[in-house]
Design a protein. Structure first.
Lengths: 376, 304
């Protein structure tokens, strides 16, 4: 079921949790709401479920206006962060709760309810555990029971609040893969909330990045990662280095460089911030466009070597990653001089982030939100 | 769960590996010295003996001091029977009333946000902080012959003060906080997620309460009800003020005990007192029995 959200707002006293958000969710989509705590992502999820009354705006399920529908009438499958399983019921009773709560006229017969429950239990790969109580299950198993319970009512949309937050790293990885597969098999429109960018990138089709009750960017995982729309998005999806630069008539000059790096044409002259991830830098030889620095520290992290580099021009310390071993078998040691050039970067003006972020050439030579530039 | 690196004592595996290993292992690193342990146990036992066991023993020996015949004669005395009836009637009305009120109050306080919540919590505690005698006097001020509602009540032929209704009102007031006080912290700890989950699954308010909330709070509720019941049967001060001490009519068991004692009828006084103590035992026994019967469910709910 596709979901349309128009201008929804939510205030808690003086605090505004959602500032008039618009969002379209396609049927069968797997969407992530990504943001730091306090960004309003969970409030948005609960508003869709009807658990949080909204002050303004409309929510449509398909063509039906769901804004005024009660939680029960919305028929959403909600998986709570801590699962909220009914502790005094067996796993099977938990899963069949939604079916058993239906009005008598719509309620399947007892045997049918049991059959459906066991079927769902198999779907979440917990066959044989129907008689257990939730406390007798591991975290990952509880999570799957909660999912089966939500699926039992054949929800219009499946909503998951921090679905992997309470699990350890290994279980989390397995469950992610499994959930992706389950989504492919069942095809439910699914929205999940997470503060973990890796989780959002790995699991979702599309990501909504939220900050302070606003949507910063909506896009596919590639769009959001490769072309972050705002410094906030860039910042949240990886720990960027921010270099001071200047747009001149013939290109973008990094601080201290005597030649420009290639960038989009038609930018307004003036100072800009150049955002680049640690892995975006390339070590170069004699290059007038490069920035120069001193290696402070080195740290091996398997296939990469992490370097702290202090720039000669402004004493700023960059964190960069270079292949390990280096293609030319160069071993970096503290005290070495190094010349760097960002291979990929984004340009933003006026840090800290203002709405909207400014890279003027958006329409000029690049497709819509693409402010991310490939150099070299 | 146990990794070889952690010096943790796993009784289960220890027992499995060596058949003669002690069932309870103590960890010297976190245990107390033997002397301290025995001292703690000793203090507890002495305290229990002096303040609990000895008085109980005294009640029963005094009750049976004049022989079993006198004991049962004291029980079937019309005044004593009347006091037993009145006590049971009072509890039978006060306890259900306060159970319903307690659940409603705890529900309102823990599941909703509203203005004046702090005030409501304070008000619920009021009967605990006010002396029972004052609680009794309050009802005399309201329903007494010169009270606010007294004239109105007598016009309509209602006798409240110095009659069973007054006793019941005073008891309801005094036992008012027990259930709510027991449930509020429990329900706060439980949170609202399970109820919300039930709502998303299509359950209506009443079904949610019946199938989700009540099973989660039933042991706390039972405990609150038992405490409430014990107090309802045993309340002396407030009831004493409003009862008027009409023998055979407005005396509850605690009042009857006092009257008999003041009349130097010690055996009879202690006989009624022993019955009161027995009622307490029955409630405690009932609680233990229920816990024993539903032990596994209880563990499942509490183990979380």
């Amino acid at each position: 079921m596709n979901i349309t959200i128009r201008g929804i707002s939510k205030r808690f006293g003086d605090f505004t949790a959602l500032h008039g958000l618009d969002l379209d969710i396609a049927s069968g989509e797997l969407l992530a709401l990504l943001g730091p705590s306090g960004s309003g992502k969970t409030t948005l999820l609960r508003a869709i479920a009807g658990l949080e009354p909204i002050d303004d705006g409309r929510i449509l399920f398909g063509d039906t206006d769901a804004t005024r529908l009660s939680v029960q009438e919305r028929r959403v499958g909600f998986v709570f962060q801590h699962y909220a399983l009914f502790k005094h019921m067996t796993v099977l009773d938990n899963i069949t709760f939604g079916l058993r709560m239906r009005p008598r006229a719509q309620r399947p017969a007892g045997a049918e309810i049991r059959r459906r429950g066991l079927e769902l239990l198999d779907l979440v790969q917990l066959g044989g555990l129907e008689g257990r109580y939730p406390t007798q299950l591991s975290g990952g198993q509880r999570q799957r029971v909660a999912l089966a319970r939500a699926l039992a009512i054949q929800p219009r949309v499946l909503l998951l609040d921090e679905p992997f937050g309470a699990l350890d790293a290994k279980v989390r990885k397995d469950l992610r893969r499994w959930l992706r597969q389950l989504h492919r098999e069942t095809g439910y429109t699914t929205i999940f909330v997470t503060h973990d960018q890796e989780e959002a990138l790995e699991l979702a089709d599309r990501i909504v990045v939220m900050n302070r009750g606003h949507i910063e960017q909506i896009g596919s995982t590639d769009e959001v990662y490769d072309s972050p729309g705002t410094p906030f998005v860039f910042d949240f999806l990886g720990s960027p280095n921010v270099l001071p630069g200047e747009v001149r008539a013939d290109g973008i000059y990094l601080l201290g460089a005597t030649a420009p790096i290639e960038g989009p044409n038609g930018l307004q002259p003036g100072p800009v911030d150049v955002y680049a991830r640690p892995s975006d830098f390339r070590v170069v030889g004699d290059d007038a466009a490069a920035i120069e620095g001193l290696v402070l520290e080195t740290q091996r992290t398997g296939v990469l070597m992490r370097l702290s580099v202090k720039l000669s021009a402004n004493q700023q310390v960059l964190e960069i990653e270079v292949p390990n071993p280096d293609p030319e078998m160069k071993v970096w040691l503290p005290g070495d001089h190094i010349r760097l050039r960002p291979a990929h970067f984004s340009l933003y003006r006026d840090r800290p982030a203002q709405q909207p972020n400014i890279v003027e050439d958006r329409s000029a030579s690049h497709a819509a939100p693409d402010s991310r530039v490939r150099g070299q | 769960m146990t990794s070889p690196a952690t010096p943790q004592i796993d009784v289960e595996t220890a027992v499995a590996d060596t058949p003669f290993a002690p069932l309870v292992q103590t960890n010297a690193a976190i245990g107390e010295p033997r002397l301290v342990r025995w001292l703690l146990i000793g203090v507890t036992l002495v305290f229990l003996g002096v303040f609990l066991l000895l008085p109980l023993l005294a009640v029963f020996t005094q009750a049976l001091a004049s022989g079993v015949g006198a004991y049962f004669a004291a029980m079937v005395d019309p005044d004593a029977l009347s006091s037993i009836k009145l006590t049971l009637l009072t509890a039978a009305i006060a306890v259900p009333l306060n159970t319903v009120f307690g659940v409603a109050a705890a529900w309102a306080i823990t599941k909703f946000q509203f203005r004046g919540k702090g005030l409501l919590i304070t008000l619920i505690d009021l009967p605990f902080s006010v002396s029972p005698v004052i609680a009794g006097l309050v009802f005399i001020l309201i329903f007494g012959s010169r009270g606010w509602l007294g004239p109105w009540a007598s016009e309509h032929g209602l006798k409240i003060i110095f009659a069973a209704p007054g006793i019941i009102l005073a008891t309801v007031f005094v036992t008012f906080p027990f259930v709510a006080r027991e449930l509020i912290p429990l329900m706060q700890a439980l949170g609202t997620d399970e109820e919300y989950a039930a709502l998303t699954l299509g359950a209506r308010g009443w079904s949610t309460f019946w199938h989700v909330t009540l099973p989660n709070i039933r042991w706390g509720l039972l405990y609150g009800v038992l405490l409430c019941n014990a107090r309802a049967m045993g309340e002396f001060g407030a009831v004493s003020v409003v009862s008027g001490h009409v023998r055979g009519q407005t005396n509850t068991m605690p009042l009857q005990v006092e009257i008999l004692y003041n009349d130097y009828q010690f055996a009879a006084a202690f006989a009624v007192a022993s019955l009161l103590a027995l009622l307490a035992f029955v409630t405690l026994g009932l609680k233990s029995f229920l816990e024993w019967r539903h032990g596994s469910e209880l563990a499942a709910v509490r183990g979380h």
